[in-house]
Ligand binder design. Structure first.
Ligand SMILES: NC(=O)c1ccc[n+]([C@@H]2O[C@H](COP(=O)([O-])OP(=O)(O)OC[C@H]3O[C@@H](n4cnc5c(N)ncnc54)[C@H](O)[C@@H]3O)[C@@H](O)[C@H]2O)c1
Length: 326
């Protein structure tokens, strides 16, 4: 088992390995919380990528109260992996989703880790038991899966097995929560964790509807973003359907709709991402995107996400008072 961890000891230095989409976002968030970030990427232009990323997200981080206008990010870019991790209290691994590449990286960093330091992988869906292969101390690696973009979407999915030292998950959760994240903890290992399984289930049916020509891709996207997607930003499906059952709650909802759901579930599609299907998706997407460029779409997504996050933050205190009085 790995060294005993003091869950209450704050993480001061975080090493981020991989400065792509996810790594830069994590690095910005950790740096915004006044921590020192050690960044490493096999690309030579990691420093420029990080600097451009910080400039683009700083106003948003300030707006969300996650950075101050005077924040100067302490991000140090390294060219040696060993030095990147040597003094880090915590390592956030963000290299591409390829098991062999991740295992090779872990073999290189484990001998250089500081005592008590843990490695959290951002992996979207690899299994912890596979990622533990080759470790001298498999208890040093945990899953900490964010949702893109990590500096905006609150969710982080955590999982460690019984080989992790006591306090590891508590310390990891404290780090993420201090950066404004919301954590959930898996009780057992499962491929793709929780949120990506849910997303995969929904996307599969959306693809099926496009492939079968039930509606345009644009309308299918709208069916989520203007419909249940908006509710899901507020409450999860069970809590919402509990309200859908009226005073009788989820039990009444199930009594009323169980036959319907059984029929619907039997009728759901099982499409594959064949070249033909991908062509259909890309074609439909072209119509939905219109003249908007990638950067414009990203800005639109981020502006709307920030608006929702701010609105929810404004509602939270009132809700808390109401429930406390009840
Ligand atoms: N993209 C997403 O939506 C998303 C969401 C959540 C989690 N993730 C997970 O985050 C991880 C990173 O994904 P991404 O989308 O940021 O990928 P990315 O391709 O954008 O970035 C990966 C970075 O790692 C660097 N790299 C590759 N091999 C390396 C090595 N051996 N050492 C150091 N740097 C190396 C690359 O140069 C690149 O900059 C993956 O495990 C992925 O599953 C991705």
């Amino acid at each position: 088992m790995s060294d005993h961890i003091n869950p209450d000891e704050d993480v001061k230095t975080v090493a981020v390995i991989g400065a792509g989409l996810i790594g830069c976002s994590w690095a910005a968030l950790f740096a915004a919380s006044d921590r020192t970030v050690h960044l490493y990427d096999s690309r030579a232009d990691a420093a420029q990528a990080m600097s451009a990323f910080w400039t683009s997200v700083k106003p948003t981080l300030i707006e969300l109260g996650l950075a101050r206008s005077e924040t100067v990010p302490d991000v140090r870019v390294f060219t040696s992996l060993a030095e990147t991790v040597a003094t880090a209290d915590f390592v956030q691994e963000c290299i591409p989703e390829r098991l062999e590449a991740k295992l090779e990286l872990y073999r290189a960093i484990e001998p250089n880790l500081k005592p008590g330091a843990i490695v959290a992988t951002s992996s979207s869906g690899l299994k912890l038991s596979d990622l533990q292969a080759g470790w001298r101390d498999p208890g040093r690696i945990i899953i900490a899966h964010p949702f893109n973009p990590p500096h905006l979407i609150p969710l982080v999915e955590l999982y460690a097995d019984e080989r992790a030292a006591p306090g590891v998950l508590k310390r990891a959760a404290a780090l993420y929560e201090s950066c404004g994240k919301v954590t959930i903890t898996l009780k057992r290992e499962v491929l793709a964790h929780v949120a990506n399984r849910l997303q995969a289930a929904l996307w599969r049916e959306a693809i099926h509807l496009v492939a079968e020509g039930v509606a345009s891709l644009k309308d299918i996207d709208t069916a989520i973003s203007a419909g249940p997607g908006l509710r899901w930003a507020v409450m999860g499906p069970h809590l919402l359907l509990n309200l859908g059952g009226g005073e009788g709650g989820l039990r009444a909802y199930c009594e009323q709709f169980h036959d319907s759901y059984h029929l619907w579930w039997d009728d759901l599609g099982k499409p594959l991402l064949t070249p033909d299907t991908v062509d259909k998706l890309v074609e439909g997407l072209r119509e939905e995107i219109g003249a908007r460029e990638y950067t414009a779409l990203r800005q639109e997504r981020d502006a709307k996400l920030v608006a929702i996050l701010r609105a929810l933050r404004d509602v939270e205190p009132a809700h808390r008072i109401e429930t406390a009085d009840a």
